[in-house]
Design a protein around this ligand. Structure first.
Ligand SMILES: Cc1ncc(COP(=O)(O)O)c(C=O)c1O
Length: 458
């Protein structure tokens, strides 16, 4: 998403002709026609910026249907999908259990604006199996969850400043659409028009994985920082897997300074395991935010914390937060059906093993040919990086010029029936619906595409 923001506001990208290297380009006539029409309705023809394909070749594909690990576009092209709706679809598309539960619940009506038993059921499933939180509040998106978590932290600590990390994305929350200025510890500069400078002035931005910067920030802003927010595993600007020691240091410095630690687990929650990155790092965050997987493909976000912290939320406490469609029964039904599957014994072990074999085999291929290419991965999340670095932990380490290679790879993969999110900064997801057969097919497409990227034919 960060990439999308940069591109949209810089306006530097224009459509480029689709190259005819490698395989013939897929037919996109219907998608192109729909895109032209959509441009009359929506800014940039889309309802979320990264969908506009500004960072890759060609017009966006309009998706007609999905089933298992496949999607089909409006022209009838079939793809093995690793975007998975940007993460929610851990069981793949059109999962029968989710579909049945949702359609059953829909027969009873679709929204009441009053409590339903389904909210209790989803909360019960989560709270019994996720030791990180004692109470939860459902929202309709990850952005809303993060925005509310920030307000809760400010209300609870009675402090105003927030510390975030360069390269982490937390939704389009005003206070968090900020990027670092120059210097070790800086106030953020807004990364979107329309955000008052005074909002950004409350946000401190530092580099990831940097204990010195963290220490300096806490010295400089002693007793002023309400919360530090970090993605469970930063996965919106490449996959920036943090050292365990750094995350544990972060926990300690927050505790020492009575600052709340917010783990934004919108991507990693219920994805790396049922207890997300918190379990992976063995770190107890004070507030956790969720989205994506929690809603089984329907719009659900959530935030949770201890009973004591959550007691500050209205109507119990003074921190106001509400939502017409919060806890919507149809969305709750999808979440219940999906999370029930995830709790089956061996689910994550099998998924993560499958994903690991997939990425290792791609890595072996690239290494054997000495391609400057790495696959970084954790659980079922992976990121293709055109680099020879063995690890990348900060956004500053990403070579922006390497995105040209991703563009070629993306086009070649589409031509071979593999769909990745249309930006080299975005991660991919393996779902339970990706069978060994499809992963083998996808691997072959990836190998061929890499050969083209690293040949002179593009
Ligand atoms: C880590 C993280 N937090 C928050 C959000 C915002 O979630 P939503 O798009 O549901 O508003 C995202 C979305 O990609 C995300 O990746």
């Amino acid at each position: 998403m960060l990439d999308s923001i940069k591109k949209i506001f810089s306006g530097s990208e224009e459509d480029r002709p689709i190259s005819t290297t490698g395989k013939p380009d897929i037919v996109r006539a219907k998608s192109a026609e729909l895109y032209e029409k959509a441009k009359n309705y929506f800014p940039g023809g889309v309802n979320s910026p990264v969908r506009a394909f500004k960072s890759v070749y060609g017009t966006p594909l309009f998706i007609q249907k999905g089933d298992g690990c496949f999607v089909w576009d409006a022209d009838g092209n079939q793809f093995i999908d690793f975007c998975c709706s940007w993460g929610p679809l851990i069981l793949g598309h059109n999962n029968a259990k989710i579909r049945e539960k949702v359609t059953e619940v829909m027969q009873q009506g679709m929204s009441f604006g009053a409590p339903t038993a389904l909210e209790n059921d989803l909360a019960d499933l989560i709270l019994k199996n996720n030791k990180n939180i004692e109470k939860i509040r459902f929202t309709s998106s990850g952005t809303e969850a993060v925005m509310s978590a920030i307000r809760l932290a400010r209300g609870y600590t009675k402090r105003d400043k927030i510390l975030k990390f360069e390269g982490c994305y937390h939704g389009h929350v005003d206070a968090l659409l900020v990027k670092a200025g120059s210097g070790l510890v800086t106030f953020g500069e807004t990364s979107s028009a329309g955000i008052p400078k005074s909002f950004a002035d409350e946000t401190i931005v530092i580099s990831l994985n940097d204990t010195n910067a963290l220490t300096e920030a806490f010295e400089q802003f002693k007793d002023q920082i309400a919360a530090v927010i970090i993605e469970g595993v930063p996965a919106n600007n490449g996959l920036l897997i943090q050292d365990k020691e750094f995350v544990q240091f972060l926990r300690k410095i927050c505790t020492d300074n009575k600052t709340l630690l917010i783990f934004d687990e919108v991507i990693t929650g219920f994805r790396l395991g049922f207890e997300g990155a918190a379990k992976y790092y063995d770190v107890k965050a004070d507030i956790l935010t969720y989205g994506k997987v929690i809603g089984g493909g329907l719009p659900v976000g959530a935030y949770g914390a201890s009973k004591e912290i959550m007691s500050n939320i209205s109507p119990e406490g003074p921190v106001y937060q509400a939502g017409t469609l919060s806890g919507n029964p149809v969305a709750m039904a999808a979440g219940i059906a999906q999370l029930t599957e995830l709790l089956r014994s061996g689910f994550y072990k099998d998924l993560n093993k499958k994903a690991q074999e997939f990425v290792e085999s791609i890595q072996r291929f690239a290494a054997a040919r000495s391609y400057k290419f790495k696959v970084f991965s954790i659980g079922s999340i992976f990121w293709f990086a055109f680099t020879d670095k063995d690890s990348i932990k900060t956004s500053e380490e990403i070579d922006a010029s390497s995105m040209e290679k991703f563009k070629v790879m993306h086009r070649e993969l589409l031509n071979r029936g593999v769909y990745l999110g249309p930006s080299g900064y975005e991660v991919g997801f393996v779902s339970a619906a990706h069978t060994k057969i499809e992963l083998e097919k996808a691997k072959r497409a990836i190998f061929d595409s890499l050969d083209i990227v690293f040949s002179n034919r593009n």
